[in-house]
Design a protein around this ligand. Sequence first.
Ligand code: DON
Length: 307
Amino acid sequence: MRSPVPDYLQQILDECGGDTSGATADYIPELAAADPDLLGVCLSTIDGTRYEAGDAEVAVSIQSISKPFAYALAIAEHGLDHVLQRVGVEPSGEAFNELSLERDSGRPLNPMINAGALTTHALIGPPDADAEQRFELVRQGLSAFAGRELEVDEAVYSSELDTAYRNIAIANMLRSYGVIDHEPMDVVAGYTRQCSVLVTSRDLAAMAATLANGGVQPSTGEQVVERSVVRQVLSVMMTCGMYDAAGDWMSTIGFPAKSGVSGGILGVLPGQVGIATLSPRLDDHGNSVRGVQLCSRMSSDMGMHIM
Ligand code: DON
């Protein structure tokens, strides 16, 4: 572990650390109780060199940051055309937990909102796979991106499943449109388990670096998914990854990214570096307040905007 400029990453943590605005996600009791002061950053270059500061080793549930990876796994397994029949690629302009389905087909607008992610989760594995087998394939896939075996936070899982009223409603709508073929409750349980997988900022940076590296995990050398899959995933992250703040994010910070309600943000600078920040207080869009600031700072200091 090294720092590029003496303590640059620590310096930006110090400078952004004082902002205590925002709040931890309150619709999942276990997340509401998270330590709001956690603050970490980790960068991993495509050769696996890591730079980090703060709480980079603290594990939190991955939440929505799992969505682009599950999307990648679904495309790798079934091909893009098949996945596109079930999930679109258009920004919804709405919150992540809105229904946001196409009017006639019922197809979710994109795989980053909950409706699209529930659908993507349901696509993984052979048609006769049960909920447990589906989740295990997702867990193995996420682990391959991270380069180590990832586990589930059972407390977060039960806490979220006990209060998953909205996702259950969305999954039932998807089933009624024939967008998912499985029992809605099984899909919600599996997707919630996917969201409960524990990751550190180091893991997130490694997962991001795998995308930056055209699908090859920098430490293990495994080609987790093909480059064409990565292209699709990053395109959708660029337009939909930060939800109803996606346009603002892309025009100001300027690299494909994905946020999660436990406070993580994962960013990818293709061909260069994977970026991860952690800070649990969220803004109104469900994005980490200090994470957005840290990414903004790194983007301007290091010229990370893709333009
Ligand atoms: O489905 C949910 O509500 C959560 N498991 C994930 C949401 C999430 O992380 C949205 N991101 N900002």
